[in-house]
Each structure stands twice: as structure tokens, then as C-alpha cells.
Design a protein around this ligand. Structure first.
Ligand SMILES: [Zn+2]
Length: 289
């Protein structure tokens, strides 16, 4: 009976797809919070996910590379990135974001307010406008809620930093801390020493379990005073293999080793991924690939 066969066949297909769909969905939901420092070469791209919600901090130096990485970490049915943060306008931080805006629906882009004459910054701004994405300036005191348990607090910049910029936009870098129960991650963009010192004297709750080392391990950042105050257990360095800047520098590596901080480098480990089963538990590094 060909009709009956067709019905069974269709039901079989339907059942298979439902199982795959619910399987993948349950898998995404069981993963409470994940912070992935993506190996995008010489640059930064950090994906914070909780269930189907995502915050992307920076996009690295290549759109193609970032699309591949997001394909690995964002479920195929989820075409939305809730918040995109561009820490500052350098190409190794924003180039990939242009493709994110073109390929995903983005609710909001958060920028430092620092401008650049570069082509890539122009392309980013044009795409934000074309896609009619809401734009917000990051300022100290802002809080971005991911869920009841997870939120991101902005420590820098303040207006005075942006109005006082002279060419170099690293000082404008958005500095933000993600808190999830007892777990915390501090993201620093390419923040230089002078800006670090300003933050140190601002009496902010900078301590964090995981510190994203500023400026790919450049010696013009990550002072011993900074490390003393943040007091991280782990330091993640997002850096390209054999880069021409000599990042990470021996000076910074020595400072980290002297303080017995674990060093996790994307050029050595690939993606560095923390998974947190619950807000009460401890986030652990689950994958280096
Ligand atoms: Zn950079």
C-alpha cells in the first residue's frame, strides 16, 4: 500500500527531525553559561552565551574566521545575537563585526564612542545604519542583564576619556565585568597602563576569577598593581600565532608567572571555553580546540 508507506515514511522523517531539534535544544539549555574566547588569530572575539542569548564582545580581524567560529558555538536555528560590543575601533577588534551584522539579526550594538578614520570603522558604522540596529554608548555604571543570574557591568569608559582622546583609541576600550554567581570575568579590550591606573584609583570592584589580558599581552598594559587588584586565577591571552608585534610580551608573561596565575593562550590552545553548569558552581575550562 504505497499511501500507507508514504505516511509511515513522513512520520519517520518528522520524528527524526523532532528528536534532532529537541536534542540540540536540550543540549543548549543544559549549558547554563558559556564564555568562549575564540581563536580568531591576532585580535579579540569573545562569545558569552546562556541558552539562546548571546553577547559578543569584539569580532576579531576576519569576518570569514568569525563566521566559522560562530557556526560552531551558536545553534543553527538561532540567527540572533542579542548584544554586540565593539570595545574600540581597531581593525583587530571590529573587522569581523561587519559580517556579524550582515548575517545575524542583532538587537543592539554597544560602542565606546571613540571614532576612527579607518575604512573598517566606516564600514561598521554604515552597516549599523543600514540594518537599523540600535546603538548605545558604553559608560561606567551601565549594566547589561543576560539573565537573572548573569550580568555585565561596564567600568569604562567615562565621558572624559572619550573627549580627551588624542588619536590612539585604546584608552577608550570598553572594560566590563561579567558576574555569574561567584564567577567573574573581566574584559579589557586593549586598555593601556594610564587608563588601567585611572580605573585602579576609581575604587571599582575589579576583582575577577578570569582576566582577559589587555592588548594581547602588550607590555604597555597589565601592570603588577592591576594584577594585584584584579587578582585573577586565570589569565586569557587572545593572540595570533607568530604575530609581528611580539605579543604576548615576556614582561607580561613574567608578571603573570610571578603571581602564579594560570595562562591560557589562544595561539597555543585554540578556543578557550569556560562552561558554568550553575550560578552556584564554578566555571571550568571545558574545551581548547
Ligand atoms: Zn587589539
Amino acid at each position: 500500500m504505497p499511501n500507507r508507506k508514504l505516511i509511515y515514511f513522513s512520520l519517520g522523517i518528522l520524528l527524526t527531525f523532532s528528536l534532532i531539534f529537541f536534542g540540540v535544544r536540550t543540549c543548549a539549555e543544559s549549558q547554563k553559561l558559556q564564555v568562549a574566547f575564540l581563536d580568531v588569530g591576532q585580535g579579540d572575539a569573545i562569545l558569552i552565551s546562556e541558552g539562546e542569548k548571546q553577547i559578543l564582545i569584539d569580532g576579531g580581524p576576519s569576518g570569514q574566521k568569525l563566521m566559522e567560529k560562530l557556526g560552531e558555538y551558536v545553534p543553527f536555528w538561532d540567527r540572533k545575537i542579542d548584544v554586540v560590543i565593539a570595545t574600540h575601533p581597531d581593525a583587530d577588534h571590529i573587522t569581523g563585526l561587519v559580517d556579524v551584522l550582515k548575517n545575524y539579526s542583532v538587537d543592539e550594538v554597544i560602542e565606546s564612542g571613540a571614532k576612527s578614520e579607518s575604512q573598517v570603522f566606516g564600514a561598521l558604522e554604515k552597516t549599523i545604519e543600514e540594518k537599523k540596529v540600535e546603538k548605545q554608548l558604553a559608560r561606567r555604571g551601565m549594566r547589561i542583564k543576560l539573565s537573572d543570574d548573569a550580568s555585565l557591568e561596564i567600568f569604562s569608559p567615562v565621558d572624559a576619556i572619550i573627549s580627551g582622546l588624542k588619536g590612539d583609541t585604546n584608552s577608550a576600550s570598553i572594560v566590563a565585568k561579567l558576574t555569574y554567581g561567584e564567577n567573574s570575568f573581566l574584559f579589557t579590550g586593549d586598555l593601556p597602563l594610564e587608563a588601567e591606573n585611572q580605573l585602579l584609583s576609581a575604587n571599582l570592584p575589579l576583582s575577577a576569577n578570569v582576566l582577559k589580558i589587555s592588548h594581547h599581552g602588550s607590555k604597555s598594559a597589565t601592570s603588577t598593581q592591576w594584577l594585584d587588584l584584579v587578582h585573577p586565577k586565570d589569565a586569557v591571552i587572545s593572540v595570533g600565532k607568530g604575530n609581528r608585534y611580539g605579543h604576548p610580551t615576556v614582561e607580561v608573561l613574567n608578571r603573570l608567572q610571578n603571581d602564579k596565575i594560570n595562562i591560557l593562550r589562544t595561539d597555543e590552545l585554540g578556543d578557550v571555553v569556560y562552561a558554568c553548569a550553575s550560578a552556584k558552581g564554578v566555571c571550568e575550562v571545558v574545551a581548547e580546540n
